[in-house]
Design a protein around this ligand. Structure first.
Ligand SMILES: C[S@@+](CC[C@H](N)C(=O)[O-])C[C@H]1O[C@@H](n2cnc3c(N)ncnc32)[C@H](O)[C@@H]1O
Length: 204
């Protein structure tokens, strides 16, 4: 049900700053890219020409089918495939970059997913992320904690109080990160606090 809701309504936020955020997320990428949890493929139109190939993993069949159609019109070659963040269909060190947007809120195990992203990245490869996170405002974070009692049941397993940046920093070296409210006009939306940035695989 959430997949159908997301496919129909998710695109609305593209007009409210989503498109610009995706362009920023993907700017400057090159080589082979793995996108995890691609949804309907809203990132696909914004990959720069310097990207040689995108492999997009999407576990949900309805969204995967939608993403496959979106991929056909993408400006770079995109292959859509089944898989999960915990078990990516990729060899060690195969990719130059991993891209995630709105995904770590939903995966059952964030540390395991990040370890898997690191496994498939070459040394020096990048993780590009645009995720919603727990607010730094204690009052709003309290509201998120309460909202999180129901939110995952309504929104396909999405949690709104995760400390995602700290989790990323345990596996990768965070190079850039900016925090903002999205959409800017959303005052009482539990997933409004966002982070967008780049982290690097610095180990082997
Ligand atoms: C809010 S949607 C975001 C979709 C897309 N990344 C975007 O920016 O529009 C969350 C996505 O994460 C996917 N997802 C959920 N659990 C996942 C997992 N364990 N591994 C990979 N993807 C997952 C969902 O199927 C869905 O496509």
């Amino acid at each position: 049900m959430f997949a159908r809701y997301f496919a129909r309504c998710g695109a609305r936020n593209e007009e409210r700053g989503g498109r610009e955020a995706r362009i920023e997320l993907l700017a400057g990428l090159s080589g082979r890219v793995l996108e995890v949890g691609a949804g309907t493929g809203l990132n696909f139109p914004h990959y720069p020409a310097s990207v040689r190939e995108v492999v997009a993993v999407e576990p949900e069949p309805y969204l995967r089918e939608h993403a496959t159609r979106t991929a056909a019109a993408a400006p770079v070659p995109v292959t859509v495939t089944d898989g999960t963040a915990a078990e990516l269909p990729a060899a060690d060190a195969e990719f130059d970059a991993v891209v995630i947007s709105g995904v770590l809120c939903s995966v059952p195990g964030v540390p395991a997913a990040l370890a898997e992203f690191s496994r498939v990245l070459r040394p020096g490869g990048e993780l590009r992320f645009w995720e919603h996170v727990r607010s730094r405002d204690p009052l709003f974070a309290g509201f998120q904690l309460v909202a999180d009692l129901a939110w995952p049941h309504l929104m396909g397993g999405c949690h709104v109080q995760r400390e995602t940046l700290a989790e990323i920093g345990r596996v990768f070296t965070v190079e850039t990160c900016r925090g903002f409210r999205f959409p800017a006009s959303a005052v009482l939306s539990p997933p409004a606090p966002r982070i967008l940035g780049t982290a690097r695989k610095t180990g082997s």
